[in-house]
Design a binder for this molecule. Structure first.
Ligand code: FAD
Length: 462
């Protein structure tokens, strides 16, 4: 029996959501590059609690795992369609935005075929030892433990559902749950007479629309949101240039307080609902109230309403203490069930704790992330620690956007290998986000370094 230690991986990925899956797909064909990606789930699943019938992606199909970097990759969505013999139906459908269920199926198709993806494997702890990362792995079915060593790590552990403080007293209550669990819990709402959806992002709009379609006038449906207006997500062509590598580089160059203020101010770029879903809600209400006064449907849509406190009511049901943000007026709302479409937030994975003292956290306890998506660490940690979808505060609104996923994965791959595995465009937007250069001097846009110029010395064993 060979008892020698297996050679370290060049790159170990923790989590296989769309972002690390993209990195796995781009890394797999690179000759000599040893990579492994692990996910605790038994198979790829993409937000299964929100795969509501009819829900569509908010990005065009070209935002697949690879196409915006390498359209010739076998892991493109078009190649998936060819494998499924669905190219003609897709061609005639003329829809750029895929059904969300199809995107989930496409990613699972890739994940099942990529040799560097391993499911049913939780990464329970990460250490830095003898110049390498050592990951403790647990087989989630058998409980068997093993280890893997790697020169570089890519954390792609996603984000976690947010339960706002005001709802803390309802944690675990059968009548209250996050939209992330919507499909798993929806049947439990079948006999409920009064349902409240909180939050006006895309998930809130989709849940409210689904409830409208499933319930008749026998059920009161309410949609509350703190936001003052149900404004649609920015979707103009030039507005979408905020989701380009150009904007990401500009945003990264700003001082941290400016970046924090911008992310909050840009809610319409990343937190609102799509105009299409808002229109579908309006269409539904229009049809439903034909031939009668519009206020005869038991439906309430109230923006500008903050919930300050929520708890079980003394006589059953739930009580929400609400405050109208413009007038300051308070009222108590009694309802039977609450769906919290209150968003998601990046969280530090527990597996990272053994490394926490080696990370150079910022003043707010967040990662400092460079343009290569590498986390700043203490000098003694010389391996590359990369993050995907945990850098909203340093890279801006494009961080969770699938349209930037392949590009970010290619930036990481170029950095890990220390060479240009994928050539990336210098300019991706017409908008100039930085101020114009003083007269007689060149436009400063590429004053922000190009990703290729930022790549580090090779850290890959060749
Ligand atoms: C309902 C919904 C719809 C969205 N739709 C769009 C859209 O249309 N367009 C768009 O641009 N963006 C969309 N987004 C935003 C974003 O693209 C997605 O959230 C995306 O799934 C993020 O991918 P990820 O790889 O960061 O994480 P995730 O998809 O959350 O995957 C993370 C994975 O890490 C695994 N993991 C975590 N910890 C460990 C560990 N210790 N060991 C092993 N595995 C671990 C988890 O099991 C999970 O599978 C949507 C978000 C939501 C919530």
């Amino acid at each position: 029996m060979d008892t020698s230690t297996p050679p370290p991986y060049d790159l170990l990925g923790v989590g296989i959501g769309p972002f690390n899956l993209s990195l796995a797909a781009l890394a797999e064909p690179v000759p000599g590059l040893r990579t492994l990606f692990c996910d605790q789930r038994p198979e790829f699943r993409w937000h299964h609690g929100m795969l509501v019938d009819g829900a569509r992606m908010q990005v065009p199909f070209l935002a697949d795992l690879v196409s915006l970097v390498d359209p010739t990759s076998p892991w493109s969505f078009l190649n998936y369609l060819r494998a499924q013999d669905r190219l003609f139906p897709f061609y005639f459908a003329e829809r750029f935005q895929l059904p969300r269920r199809e995107y989930d199926h496409y990613c699972r198709w890739a994940a099942e075929r990529l040799a560097n993806c391993r499911f049913g494997t939780e990464v329970t702890a990460l250490h830095w030892e003898d110049g390498l990362f050592r990951a403790e792995l647990t087989d989630t079915e058998t409980g068997r433990r093993s280890t893997a060593r790697a020169r570089n790590l890519a954390l792609g552990v996603g984000t976690r559902p947010v339960l706002p403080e005001a709802f803390a007293a309802l944690a675990g209550h059968p009548g209250a749950f996050h939209s992330a669990d919507y499909l798993d819990r929806r049947d439990g709402l079948a006999d409920v007479r009064d349902i409240t959806v909180v939050g006006s992002g895309q998930s809130g709009a989709e849940v409210f629309l689904d409830l409208l379609r499933r319930h008749d006038d026998g059920v009161r449906l309410r949609w509350l949101t703190r936001t003052r207006a149900l404004a649609p997500m920015e979707y103009s062509k030039l507005g979408l240039e905020h989701f380009t590598p150009d904007y990401t580089r500009y945003f990264h160059s700003l001082p941290a307080p400016v970046r924090d203020a911008l992310v909050a101010a840009q809610w319409q770029l990343h937190k609102a609902a799509s105009a299409e879903t808002l229109a579908e809600i309006h269409d539904h209400l229009y049809e439903r109230t034909i031939g009668r006064a519009i206020d005869t449907a038991p439906v309430e849509i109230t923006p500008g309403t903050a919930v300050d406190d929520a708890r079980p009511g003394p006589c059953g049901g739930l009580e929400l203490r609400c405050r109208h943000t413009d007038s300051g007026t308070e009222h108590v709302l009694r309802t039977d069930a609450v769906v919290l479409a209150t968003g998601y937030r990046a969280a530090r994975p527990a597996a990272l704790e053994p490394l926490a003292h080696l990370i150079d956290w910022d003043e707010a306890g967040r990662y400092r992330v460079d343009l290569d998506h590498r986390v700043a660490t203490r000098p003694e940690l010389t391996g590359g620690l990369y993050v995907q979808n945990a850098e909203l505060h340093t890279h801006g609104v494009g961080t969770p956007d699938l349209g930037l996923g392949a590009h970010r994965a290619a930036v990481i791959l170029n950095a890990v290998t220390g060479r240009t595995v994928h050539r990336l465009p210098d300019r991706t937007a017409w908008t100039g986000f930085a101020p114009p250069a003083p007269a007689g001097r060149a436009q400063p846009t590429p004053a922000v370094p190009r990703p290729q110029e930022l790549t580090r010395a090779a850290t890959v064993g060749r």
